[in-house]
Design a protein around this ligand. Sequence first.
Ligand SMILES: NC(=O)c1ccc[n+]([C@@H]2O[C@H](COP(=O)([O-])OP(=O)(O)OC[C@H]3O[C@@H](n4cnc5c(N)ncnc54)[C@H](O)[C@@H]3O)[C@@H](O)[C@H]2O)c1
Ligand SMILES: [Zn+2]
Length: 269
Amino acid sequence: MGGPAAPPFSARHRVSMLPVAVSSRELHMPLSETVSIVVLTGAGISAESGLSTFRGAGGLWEGHRIEEVATPEAFARNPGLVHQFYNLRRRQLLDPAIRPNAAHRALARLEWRWGGEFLLVTQNVDDLHERAGSRRLVHMHGELAKIRCTFCGDVRAWAEELSVATSCPACGRSGGLRPHIVWFGEMPMEMERIEEALAGCDLFVAIGTSAQVYPAAGFVEMVRGRARTVELNLEPSAASHLFDERWHGPATEVVPAFVAGLLGEDVER
Ligand SMILES: NC(=O)c1ccc[n+]([C@@H]2O[C@H](COP(=O)([O-])OP(=O)(O)OC[C@H]3O[C@@H](n4cnc5c(N)ncnc54)[C@H](O)[C@@H]3O)[C@@H](O)[C@H]2O)c1
Ligand SMILES: [Zn+2]
């Protein structure tokens, strides 16, 4: 049909999900218009760091159904299995090969360079955001690298194995320590701080989350119509249609490009 051959599908796809056709000028939002940013992240932002996502592999998390390892009932029924599961996740996080990626670093840069209000709300229990430099951060589903005593309430950093026999360093009793993780059926952490930030935000960005786990999946509806809403995900999530803008591609490509656009910078590679 004449003219140059169309590029292969993968190449076109790549261009369309990267901001090559969109100049950073168009993406730049002046500080005067955006005062407050809330970013929500999920397991997808850590996937390229080597941590598997939750639903990706057929609804299993590292080979387990959530009812087996991520509910208070599971812990009551089989604390040994639950401890073993989180011990493995914690050990994996200590592996030197698991490091923050370009998407984590881009969000830390956004927080430090941004002049206005900022809150990063993560559903992730890994510590890759803080290792990348993020500080205004809420772990709404808890943290793998911490434990909590159900007897005295003590919360502390923990890098060791945990078992029903481990005694609490604060109160000395054993049998009450658990991962500092929010299990299904439990209340997320710091919801007041999150809701306050959502109530005042004018840019809401959801990254690497399948929008299947509530209340996080409902945040976009809380801000819609008032804030600019952006989804950055490998593929359309269950809530894609609720966002003003959707950028689909790997987090390590899409997030640095989006942040660079906001800050009016060149993309970090
Ligand atoms: N790293 C972690 O801390 C971790 C890992 C697994 C599960 N979890 C827990 O399980 C729950 C899972 O819910 P969720 O919505 O966070 O995750 P999810 O696993 O349900 O969804 C992950 C989303 O990320 C997308 N994704 C996959 N790879 C990506 C990439 N390279 N770039 C961009 N996006 C990518 C997927 O398409 C999917 O929509 C959370 O509550 C979390 O606490 C945490
Ligand atoms: Zn205690």
